[in-house]
Write a protein that binds this ligand. Structure first.
Ligand SMILES: [Ca+2]
Length: 489
């Protein structure tokens, strides 16, 4: 460990947590013994591939802490995020809606770049959010880690994270307000270096911390928050959204390897080691173990630099609509909630998506999702808890980030995709160049069977084109100017 370079963890997290939680909790409905609202933790890892966890077949890295979660919960093999890239994927798991509704179809960047691609600069705070619904129900709500739904580069006038329903937030360089920023260190360097220091403009307080330890920093703040929530007798909803395992990859010098993917594998293993502290805390406390529901998944597929495609069972990478771009591992854990006979099993059948988590978790919390918002996601709670298998009502549709026509080994990428039953169809925006795959027989998307299934292909093309046409973004009443650009005008 590079402990000598670690910044002493200031009491920033503790202070924010205690002041905000204790001051806002007083008016909330306290936890009743006969009506336990479950605590909810969403661990949303950045750029983790579908097959990158040990429990999903990786033999090049060890992830025992997450694997243990799977061995005590349920691992879902047919889980999709709603976009192959950060920001829109985060919007979907936050709102329960397709991110296209909010004009966020690729990663959020500087304002000019967003404008050129037709993107908003931040998620409209009028969007429904899981956090806000839980907050209204008396939950203490905290976001710890990467945000990337507004507040990045020159976009420094984005709403604070609190406007989306969070009592407390500590984020990274892609979000407003209190933040941990990463120091990097490689062999031969005399001292750590700063990256993304321009993010200091996005609000503070900020602390610099070794990139190899920053998951611990976010997690420690989350643990302080959990303890404060318990002390105030309120259920909690915690987002733990690490920077890991997104590049650049700076593991500790102790676990340094030459080049990527070795560095990536070290970062992955070190993240798993760090997360064990949180999982142990929940497992070893009688109350928390029986009253906490943990969901763990990735926000999109892996960076193509981190793996050899020949070693992966799925095709593609992040930013593509092939399976390795949009399919993620999903692990749910909660001994007090998951069907006892299903604990430690895998669900290879149920097709579930990130935006389903919003209505599903709302029902887990005793909230009628139908009164909250017109979610695109479906209530899949009974499947998530292992009570019964559910066949989803609607297919899943996807659009490619507009700026990624070529990426990794894939060129001239298709623009749209639809998953319906066992079928996956990809095509261009005009319905051209269709590819159809039978994912049961061909999960690697190697055999295009459009010519053998022309009628089915036509139906699926019509369906995905209709989906695209139906997503009308809300009327934009302003151009969401940045503070900088507003000043310049
Ligand atoms: Ca990502």
């Amino acid at each position: 460990m590079d402990r000598k370079y670690m910044m002493p963890l200031s009491p920033m997290g503790i202070i924010i947590t205690l002041i905000v939680v204790l001051s806002t909790m007083v008016s909330r409905v306290p936890l009743h013994g006969d009506d336990p609202r479950p605590n909810i933790i969403v661990v949303f890892i950045d750029d983790l591939g579908w097959s990158d966890l040990g429990c999903f077949g990786n033999r090049q890295a060890n992830t025992p802490a997450i694997d243990r979660l799977a061995s005590e919960g349920i691992a879902f093999e047919q889980f999709y995020v709603n976009s192959p890239i950060c920001s829109p994927s985060r919007v979907a798991i936050t709102t329960g809606q397709y991110p296209q509704r909010w004009r966020i179809t690729s990663y959020l960047d500087a304002s000019q770049v967003n404008r050129r691609r037709g993107l908003a600069n931040w998620l409209d705070p009028g969007a429904p959010t899981l956090a806000r619904a839980l907050q209204r129900q008396g939950y203490a709500t905290g976001h710890f880690g990467k945000w990337h739904m507004g507040g990045q580069r020159d976009v420094d006038a984005a709403p604070p994270i609190s406007q989306y329903g969070f009592d407390v937030s500590i984020t990274n360089f892609e979000g407003m307000g209190p933040k941990f920023l990463p120091l990097t260190l490689a062999p031969g360097w005399e001292k750590p270096r700063k990256i993304w220091q321009d993010a200091e403009r996005l609000g503070g307080p900020h602390e610099w911390s070794m990139r190899s330890q920053i998951t611990t920093d976010f997690m420690s703040a989350a643990i302080d928050f959990i303890k404060a929530s318990r002390a105030a007798d309120h259920p909690f909803y915690v987002n733990l959204w690490p920077d890991d395992v997104h590049g650049p990859w700076f593991p500790t010098l102790e676990h340094w390897r030459q080049g990527v993917p070795g560095l990536y594998l070290s970062v992955l293993q070190e993240m798993d080691t760090q997360l064990r502290v949180l999982f142990d805390l929940i497992r070893e406390d009688d109350y928390l173990r029986e009253n906490t529901f943990i969901v763990l998944c990735s926000d999109n597929g892996p960076d193509p630099k981190t793996f050899d495609p020949a070693t992966k069972p799925l095709r593609g990478c992040k930013a593509t609509l092939y399976e390795n771009g949009i399919r993620s591992p999903l692990i749910v854990w909660g001994p007090g909630f998951v069907s006892p006979e299903k604990q430690g099993t895998r669900d290879a059948k149920t097709v579930v998506a990130a935006f389903d988590l919003v209505p599903s978790l709302l029902r887990l919390a005793g909230i009628d999702a139908s009164t909250e918002a017109p979610f695109d996601g479906e209530d899949m709670l009974d499947a998530l808890l292992g009570h019964r298998s559910i066949k989803r009502s609607d297919p899943l549709c996807f659009s490619r980030p507009p700026d990624f026509k070529n990426f990794g080994n894939e060129k001239n990428l298709p623009d749209l995709a639809i998953r319906k039953d066992k079928w996956k169809l990809l095509c261009d925006d005009n319905g051209g160049r269709p590819q159809l795959y039978d994912l049961h027989a061909d999960p690697g998307e190697t055999r295009n069977v459009v010519d053998q299934n022309t009628e089915l292909s036509r139906v699926l093309i019509d369906e995905v084109l209709h989906w695209k046409a139906s997503l009308q973004p809300p009327v934009v009443t302003n151009d969401q100017p940045t503070r900088s650009s507003a000043t310049n005008e």
